[in-house]
Design a protein around this ligand. Structure first.
Ligand SMILES: Nc1ncnc2c1ncn2[C@@H]1O[C@H](COP(=O)(O)OP(=O)(O)O)[C@@H](O)[C@H]1O
Ligand SMILES: [Mg+2]
Length: 188
C-alpha cells in the first residue's frame, strides 16, 4: 500500500516524463546517456548503478518537492530491482525496513519509484553494523556496500535494497553458516 500523502510523490507531469525517459533508455546504461536524456528537463542525474538512473527534481514540479526527493528509473525493459525494492519495502519486518530509505511512490508498472534524497558515506564499521543488524533480525542482506548506503541522523540507512534479503532459518543453518555467523558475534 502506498502512503496517503507522502512528502515525495510524482505529479502528473512527473509520471508522464518518467515513463517517457524509461522508454528512451532501451537498455543503455552509461552515465552520459542518462545525463543527456534529462538535459532539457528539471531532472539532474545524481547517481547511477548497474540497473537504475537516479535523478533529483530541481524545481519541484515533478516530485512535489524541490531538491528533496529522487526518482529511480530503470534503464532497461527488465524492472526487477524496482520490483524487489518495493517488495522488500512493503513485506519485510519493521526491524529490517527501519534501515531503508522509505519508498514513497511508484509507478504501477514499477518502471520508476520515488524516495527522499539522503546522502552521506558510511564507514566500514557502519556497514558491518548494518549487516549485523539485519542478521540479528533474521535476514542475510547480500548487497551491502558503500554505494548502497547513506547516512541519516548519524546512522547508516540503505538507499538501494533492491537485492536479495534471504531469510536465515535459525533451525536449519548449516555448520558452515554457523561458523560464518559466529564471526558476527551471533551464537546460533
Ligand atoms: N535516495 C537516495 N538519495 C541519494 N542518493 C541515492 C538515493 N538512491 C540512490 N542514490 C544514489 O544513486 C546510486 C544508484 O542507485 P541504486 O539504487 O544503487 O541503483 P542500482 O540498483 O542500479 O545499483 C546509488 O549508488 C546512490 O549513490
Ligand atoms: Mg546500487
Amino acid at each position: 500500500m502506498k502512503p496517503e500523502n507522502p512528502m515525495c510523490h510524482a505529479t502528473d507531469e512527473g509520471i508522464e516524463l518518467f515513463e517517457q525517459l524509461h522508454e528512451k533508455f532501451q537498455n543503455r546504461s552509461d552515465d552520459n546517456y542518462a545525463r543527456q536524456l534529462a538535459e532539457d528537463t528539471p531532472l539532474r542525474l545524481i547517481g547511477s548503478g548497474d540497473y537504475r538512473a537516479v535523478y533529483l527534481d530541481e524545481n519541484g514540479d515533478l516530485l512535489n518537492e524541490k531538491d528533496a526527493c529522487v526518482v529511480k528509473i530503470h534503464k532497461g525493459t527488465n524492472v526487477n530491482e524496482n520490483l524487489n525494492e518495493i517488495s522488500n519495502w512493503t513485506k519485510l519486518p519493521k526491524e529490517v525496513t527501519e534501515k531503508f530509505i522509505p519508498i514513497t511512490d511508484w509507478g504501477e508498472n514499477s518502471k520508476w519509484l520515488v524516495m527522499p534524497y539522503i546522502t552521506g558515506e558510511p564507514t566500514k564499521k557502519q556497514l558491518f553494523e548494518l549487516e549485523k543488524h539485519f542478521l540479528e533480525n533474521g535476514y542475510d542482506a547480500q548487497d551491502i556496500k558503500k554505494e548502497n548506503v547513506s547516512i541519516f541522523q548519524g546512522d547508516p540507512i540503505m538507499n538501494d535494497y533492491g537485492g536479495v534479503f534471504r531469510k536465515v532459518d535459525f533451525e536449519s543453518v548449516s555448520l558452515k553458516e554457523r561458523i560464518e555467523l559466529k564471526k558476527w558475534g551471533l551464537d546460533l
